[in-house]
Ligand binder design. Structure first.
Ligand code: 5MM
Length: 340
């Protein structure tokens, strides 16, 4: 089992490839559809996701797709189960297994992730359906007096217990501690919070005896807060992000796949590229790639708008973003690729 998981983790971060996060819960997808006037029904969610997954050449740049519970149970219009449709293209099916966020009592503004109860049985079911990796997202907010050590520890412990269950059930865990961009804080504050979060996460993973070579880390990039008047350029994002990772992430972790966190799609690509350019000079040990949701889907979703006649153009937009991010994962992105 261990060798199989090590191989799956390596394939998830194959050179020039990354992950498509399509695991929006129904409420999140509904909000995104609503902004574009797209009706949100079980059928429209399936049509949208089938459009994404059947995009020609997607497999050249996308190693795996993170699915939502509803989607992994659905069938494409030709009757093929969605996980099988992906596997036939050489894309590894994955599944989000957390059950969302709840307020942390007595800690205003902080939340923790639920979903450990009954997880063992769900993991067996998902593996049977074809999933080979999983994802659990913890959310850390920056604000006055937060994050607190209690919030960091509660979330890190849950991530570690989730990761252990996945590894014994034959699934590679993606460990996602997301420090949110929301706020007017500067990049140094994000660096501090991200370093504290990652330190706590790897402390918990060590205490719970998690195998580092059988997991993928999905962190935020270290960036300026959304409302900060001084937005750090890609060079500074790369410097701060790598400084933070080098102080916290063990060499045995095979890959780091960043979330986009609300950055624009082109900004996320430029930052990922700068990170990889700098990583080469520092000879960092991990593959540094993407596991984007919004930064891959914003363009195709706004083109598709629920209309079958927009499918081909939406798929082209998705594959363009995937190609640009695949290049950025190698440190070979050029803004000219946006026009190609
Ligand atoms: C797709 O969004 C995922 C969470 O969805 P819910 O909040 O609806 O459960 C999320 O975990 C996502 O995978 C990551 O945050 C990466 O997405 P971005 O948009 O930050 O790249």
């Amino acid at each position: 089992m261990s060798e199989e998981l090590t191989q799956i983790a390596a394939n998830m971060v194959a050179p020039g490839k990354g992950l498509l996060a399509a695991d929006e819960s129904t409420g999140t997808l509904e909000k995104r559809f609503k902004k574009l006037g797209i009706e949100c029904t079980e059928a429209s969610r399936l049509a949208y996701r089938e459009m994404l997954f059947t995009a020609p050449d997607l497999e050249k740049y996308i190693s795996g797709v993170i699915l939502f519970d509803e989607t992994i149970r659905q069938r494409a219009s030709d009757g093929t189960p969605i996980p099988e449709l992906l596997a036939r293209k050489g894309i590894i099916p994955g599944i989000k297994v957390d059950k969302g966020l709840v307020d942390l009592p007595f800690f205003p503004g902080e939340r923790f992730t639920q979903g450990l109860d009954g997880l063992s049985a769900r993991l067996d079911e998902y593996r049977e359906m074809g999933a080979r990796f999983t994802k659990w997202r913890a959310v850390i907010a920056i604000g006055e007096g937060i994050p607190t050590s209690q919030c960091l520890r509660a979330n890190a412990d849950a991530l570690a217990r989730y990761a252990g269950l996945c590894q014994v059930h034959g699934l590679v865990p993606i460990v996602e501690p997301e420090v949110l961009m929301d706020g007017s804080h500067d990049i140094k504050t994000c660096r501090w919070a991200t370093e504290a979060a990652l330190h706590e996460v790897f402390d918990a993973l060590t205490r719970y005896r998690i195998s580092f070579k059988e997991m993928i880390l999905k962190p935020n990039m270290v960036v300026s807060g959304t409302d900060c008047s001084n937005q750090a350029p890609p060079d500074e994002v790369a410097e701060m992000t790598l400084a933070c990772l080098r102080r916290t992430v063990p060499v045995a972790v095979p890959g780091i796949a960043f979330l986009s966190g609300g950055q624009s799609d082109v900004t996320a690509t430029a930052n990922l590229n700068a990170i990889n350019v700098k990583a080469k000079t520092l000879k960092t040990p991990w593959t540094l790639t993407f596991s984007f949701s919004r930064a891959l889907q914003a363009a195709p979703m706004s083109i598709w708008r629920g209309q079958a006649e927009n499918k081909a153009a939406a798929q082209q937009a998705l594959v363009r973003r995937a190609r640009c991010n695949g290049a950025a994962a190698l440190g070979q992105y050029d803004p000219g690729m946006e026009e190609a």
